[in-house]
Write a protein of this length. Structure first.
Length: 230
């Protein structure tokens, strides 16, 4: 089944002379396990699109179907979006992903705590995910003491904590060098393939999207998609 299907999505900020059409008639659909890149110049609407599909920002028009449920159709349809965000969507941002005064482990425990998963079950999940992201040896470190690449790997572990259907990553490699950036993207690839999670990753760097299933290009809020098979 499709993890996410959006149709005719538009987002307008402001009105009158201050109106900005950040997204215009954007449609795309992503299946479980799909790894999709979103590219486009600065100001083309990439972050706005991620914020709309993550149910953080209310679109102006269109339809958002998440995991088979119509969540938005020219207005919220009444689903508990707060709960959906916590249970079914994982986020990774460019920087400042982690809470600096909580250890790597505690950062991975936090989203579990928010949905009522505590104690040994949560501890084991955190341990398993930090291992999966190859940062287990940093479990007791505070994030500011980790390298940028390690921080992003902890952020992926945290995003995975509640077994989301969809992971959204907004320029997760922008502050990393090419080698570290590639490692983060490879781990996102592994996440999509092995967990049947849909992943949308924004990047400016074409070297980062090797092996992705599709690439969407945004320009002035409009989408063009292309395959990424050679
Ligand atoms: N909260 C906001 N209020 C007004 N305009 C905004 C807001 N957020 C984004 N925009 C505008 O929407 C357009 C797309 O922005 P954004 O989605 O951040 O682009 P990108 O992530 O591709 O750089 C830009 O013109 C930006 O200035
Ligand atoms: Mg952006």
């Amino acid at each position: 089944m499709e993890a996410l299907k959006i149709t005719g999505l538009s987002k307008i900020f402001g009105s009158g002379r201050l109106e900005v059409r950040a997204l215009e008639d954007v449609s795309l659909s992503i299946a479980a396990g799909d790894l999709v890149a979103l590219m486009g110049p600065s100001g083309s609407g990439k972050t706005t699109l991620l914020l709309c599909v993550s149910l953080i920002l209310e679109p102006t028009a269109g339809t958002v179907v998440f995991d088979g449920d119509t969540i938005y159709q020219d207005g919220w349809t009444g689903f508990d979006v707060r709960r959906l965000r916590r249970e079914k969507i994982g986020f990774i941002f460019q920087t400042s992903n982690l809470i600096p005064f909580l250890t790597a482990r505690e950062n991975v425990l936090l989203p579990q705590d928010l949905v009522g998963v505590k104690g040994e079950v949560a501890e084991n999940r955190a341990e398993e995910l930090l291992e999966y992201m190859e940062v287990a040896e940093r479990a007791d470190y505070l994030p500011p003491l980790l390298s940028g690449g390690e921080q992003q790997r902890v952020a992926i572990a945290r995003a995975l904590a509640n077994r989301p259907r969809l992971i959204l990553a907004d320029e997760p490699t922008a502050s990393l060098d090419t080698a570290r950036g590639k490692r983060v993207m490879d781990l996102l690839k592994k996440v999509a393939r092995e967990n049947q999670t849909a992943v949308i990753a924004v990047t400016h760097d074409a070297r980062m999207i090797e092996g992705f299933d599709r690439v969407y290009h945004l320009k002035d809020g409009r989408l063009n998609n292309s395959n990424n098979h050679g």
